[in-house]
Design a protein around this ligand. Structure first.
Ligand SMILES: Nc1ncnc2c1ncn2[C@@H]1O[C@H](COP(=O)(O)OP(=O)(O)O)[C@@H](O)[C@H]1O
Ligand SMILES: [Mg+2]
Length: 339
């Protein structure tokens, strides 16, 4: 029996359910938020759950539940190895450093004095990031020493809200002007300034650490490579005008010749080494024009990826000009482990 945590929104679970129906596979819908989830899973060998970074509930217990289910020999997507560093850029720093993956040079401090000392000795600009966040929402440029010191004070003082509703509204306005956001969306953004979002209101400020990355200039795009099992597909995302950030810009190119095969190679290798079920890699280039990983994430937004990729590369770097049904692959790979 396959358990699917069902969610009607923009979630993998819709395709997972359809796949089971089309292939006559026994499945049932469960809710991981229920207190009796262990009972609900009694007759199940597999759990599929699209855990998301913007749901405060998932952040509270998803990793703990997944780890516990592995002790019960239930196969889970995402499994713990795939999940534990999700929406945690600090965790990813250690993980990628541990295997010598080409992460952009990254610096983390858990002590105000140490951070301030480092600021006096290093060069600027640097990229400041919260460990959580997506769509470039919590990624900023620390322009100079003074700016970085101010960030350190905040990081070891009241901290940073997990969402900055003012810059989110600015981003909505930018997209509205480009015709990529509705007027209703804009009004919603203004309302959110006052009422926040469930995620913002239920999470505490990020504080007690500060995280920077070396700023790699002259990148007009980032390359997002997604690896599901050992199949890789990719697209290019352009940076916003007068900005250095691509993620969430809304401008992307999916043609095969937009993709640097070196990034595909690195992504397949890291996924293989770390036994990751599904991972999106963001690549940019350093001054020697070598690809560097900016961050990784087990999940990616399904809607903008649906039916956009012209094909995928396999583990041997053979190109397959075929559909890219990534949700089906997630489920098929897990079922293969059960049989
Ligand atoms: N160290 C860096 N140097 C230059 N640009 C960067 C760096 N890190 C991130 N970026 C840009 O900022 C964007 C957002 O950063 P990322 O770490 O991927 O955060 P998010 O989780 O919001 O996607 C990336 O898509 C990339 O274009
Ligand atoms: Mg990113």
């Amino acid at each position: 029996m396959i358990a699917i945590h069902y969610d009607e929104g923009n979630s993998y679970s819709i395709r997972w359910t359809a796949y089971c129906e089309d292939n006559n596979l026994p499945f049932k819908k469960v809710s991981c938020y229920d207190n009796d989830i262990m009972v609900q899973l009694e007759d199940c060998t597999v759990l599929m759950w699209h855990i998301t970074n913007f749901n405060y509930k998932d952040q509270l217990f998803a990793k703990q539940l997944v780890k516990s289910l592995e002790h019960r020999n239930i196969k889970v997507f995402p499994d713990y190895a795939t999940l534990w560093h999700y929406d945690d850029k600090v965790g990813q720093k250690y993980l990628l450093e541990s295997i010598g993956a080409p992460l952009v040079d990254s610096f983390v401090f858990y002590d105000k004095i140490d951070a301030l000392k480092w600021i006096e000795t290093t060069s600027f600009p640097k990229v400041f990031k919260l460990r959580k966040g997506s769509g470039s929402k919590n990624v900023l440029l620390a322009k100079d020493r003074k700016h970085a010191r101010k960030m350190v004070k905040k990081a070891f003082g009241k901290g940073f809200p997990t969402l900055d509703m003012k810059s989110i509204l600015k981003e909505r306005y930018r997209k509205y002007k480009l015709g990529k956001e509705s007027f209703f969306g804009l009004v919603k953004g203004v309302l959110r300034l006052f009422i926040g979002t469930p995620f913002l209101n239920m999470t505490t400020n990020e504080k007690g650490y500060i995280y920077f990355q070396e700023f790699l200039p002259n990148n007009s795009f980032d390359l997002r490579v997604i690896v599901v099992g050992q199949r890789a597909f990719a697209h290019k995302r352009m940076v916003r005008k007068n900005d250095f950030r691509a993620s969430g810009s809304g401008e992307a190119y999916f043609e095969k010749d937009e993709v640097d095969i070196n990034c595909i190679k690195i992504a397949l290798e890291v996924s293989h080494t770390l036994k990751l079920q599904s991972t999106a890699y963001d690549f940019i280039y350093d001054e020697e024009n070598k690809p560097r990983i900016v961050e990784i994430s087990y999940a990616f937004n399904p809607a903008p990826n649906r039916d956009r990729h012209p094909g995928y590369w396999d583990a041997k770097l053979n190109w397959h000009e075929e559909d890219v049904p990534f949700e089906d692959w997630m489920l098929e790979d897990l079922l293969e482990e059960v049989v």
